[in-house]
Design a protein around this ligand. Structure first.
Ligand code: CAO
Length: 444
């Protein structure tokens, strides 16, 4: 038995660096270059490899100890001896003096350079295949080599994993949690929906320890928020959005609505402005079929829908849901008002089925009952347009040489600019305004 002392090698200017991970135990058989522990300073994280092979007899350090070059790490029963290797810097790195040539940057060279050599890593163009690992993101991820190895074995792109360790460091359990999430929920928004272009390669927002600045409370997101968040994020990343703002004069319509609402009360039906908007949108979609369409996955064809199913965004205590009212063009105002009341109640009572929320060809998001003058709704892809409606208010409108008070309804139409041109969007909202200013036009 030949016992050798294994000490911390030259780690540059780093001194009194904390041990954040012990990677071997007494009795372990280790090889040359095998990582023994991970150190973390405020500038970098590095793993210390063993200079010799053998069996660990005694550990001379513990988690949290601060060590420097020459500190004794462990006693090793030596099997063979090799030359000392450099510590492995993980990230983040001190300021970089110059760019390394791209050709030399293989995964192993990135993970095994001297601290002074660690330079900005060129980011490869994001792949459109969600299953292809984004090497740039992987290399920039803040994780120890053992976690990197673990991620590579599982084929996990570390660039997409959120770290829960100190300063956002990715731990092994974060990789496990990521795999579990992908298995249960599918790929995260930026990498899902295989045929669409993806948002991979987008830098993560750094994790911040907010408790450093004051008292905080962590509350899990509701299931609905997580689900709607994924699809909103996917739409936001995939669809080039533009929002067209317009006004509709609903002075006469409001009088008609009030009359109808009185009649509706007898049937226990609440007739709100949204009922008329559904009808007006169905008419505008018929007039401008490109708004009632979807791009096919090749993005070379437009699929025009001959049905007019309109999704309605409903605000519930748990988050946003979008039930669908089918065949809006074939239904009368009282039927639509009744159906709107039913689906809103169903949504708030959490009784909507998946089928209730499928098949929309266009969506309306009305904040008119709450307030605001305009907003920029996110297109509910693969639909190509969404109408946002804000609160109506009396405004002075110049007519026939004088200002007259008119009830004005603000419209915000967001659309997918790959499918719809700005001029078409302006015509669409003009047409909506034309119908809403005199609903008799719905009869035309
Ligand atoms: N201008 C002024 N008042 C309006 C209005 C408008 N555009 N739209 C509705 N109102 C009034 C209604 O007439 C009603 O008034 P009374 O209580 O005096 O009768 C009141 O506001 C409340 O209406 P409502 O919200 O109950 O009914 P609705 O048909 O307008 O909307 C629903 C139904 C389900 C869409 C709505 O309740 C809702 O959830 N809206 C929020 C949707 C949302 O969060 N969108 C944002 C998504 S992010 O893109």
């Amino acid at each position: 038995m030949a016992i050798e002392e294994i000490k911390v090698p030259d780690i540059g200017d780093f001194k009194n660096v904390a041990i954040i991970e012990l990677l071997v135990n007494v009795g372990d058989s280790i090889t040359v270059d095998q990582s023994l522990l991970t150190l973390e300073s405020d500038k970098a994280t590095m793993e210390i490899p063993s200079s010799k092979a053998g069996v660990v007899k005694e550990l001379k350090v513990k988690l949290g100890d601060k060590i420097s070059e020459g500190s004794l790490i462990l006693l090793l029963d030596v099997a063979e001896t090799v030359t000392a290797t450099a510590p492995v810097l993980i990230a983040p790195a001190p300021a970089a003096p110059a760019q390394r040539p791209e050709a030399t940057l293989t995964p192993s060279s990135i993970e095994a350079v001297e601290p002074s050599e660690l330079l900005p890593i060129p980011v490869p163009a994001p792949s459109s295949d969600p299953l292809v690992l984004d090497e740039g993101g992987f290399k920039r991820a803040y994780a120890t080599p053992s976690v990197r190895r673990f991620a590579r074995i599982l084929g996990v792109d570390l660039g997409k994993v959120t770290g829960s360790g100190r300063s956002g460091r990715i731990l092994e359990q974060d990789v496990q949690a990521f795999v579990k999430k992908v298995l249960t929920e599918g790929m995260p928004a930026a990498a899902s929906s295989a045929p669409m272009s993806t948002g991979s390669g987008i830098p993560e927002i750094p994790a911040v320890d907010f408790s450093k600045f004051g008292e905080i409370e962590t509350r899990p997101l509701s299931r609905i928020k997580k689900l709607s968040g994924t699809s909103l994020h996917r739409s936001w990343l995939n669809v080039p959005h533009v929002t067209q703002f317009d006004d509709a004069d609903i002075t006469d319509l409001e009088q008609f609505r009030k009359d109808l609402a009185e009649e509706g009360k007898k049937h226990n039906v609440k007739v709100t402005m949204l009922t008329f908007l559904l009808k007006a949108c169905a008419a505008a979609l018929k007039q401008y079929p490109d708004f009632n369409a979807s791009l096919d996955p090749s993005k070379e064809n437009l699929i025009l829908k001959k049905y007019f199913h309109i999704g309605v965004a409903v605000d519930t205590p748990d988050g946003l849901v979008v039930p669908v009212i089918r065949d809006v063009n074939q239904k009368g105002l009282f039927d639509l008002a009744a159906e709107l009341g039913e689906i809103s109640k169903k949504a708030r009572d959490k009784k909507l089925s998946a089928a209730d929320m499928q098949g929309a060809s266009f969506t309306i998001s009305s904040l008119g009952g709450i307030g605001g003058t305009a907003f920029t709704p996110i297109v509910n892809a693969p639909e190509v347009a969404i109408l946002g409606v804000s609160k109506s208010s009396m405004k002075p409108v110049y007519q026939d040489g004088q200002f007259v008070p008119r009830l004005i309804l603000p419209l915000s139409l967001s659309y997918d600019h790959r499918v719809i041109d700005g001029a078409a969007a302006a015509r669409f909202t003009n047409y909506l305004g034309f119908i809403l200013s005199d609903v008799r036009r719905l009869l035309l």
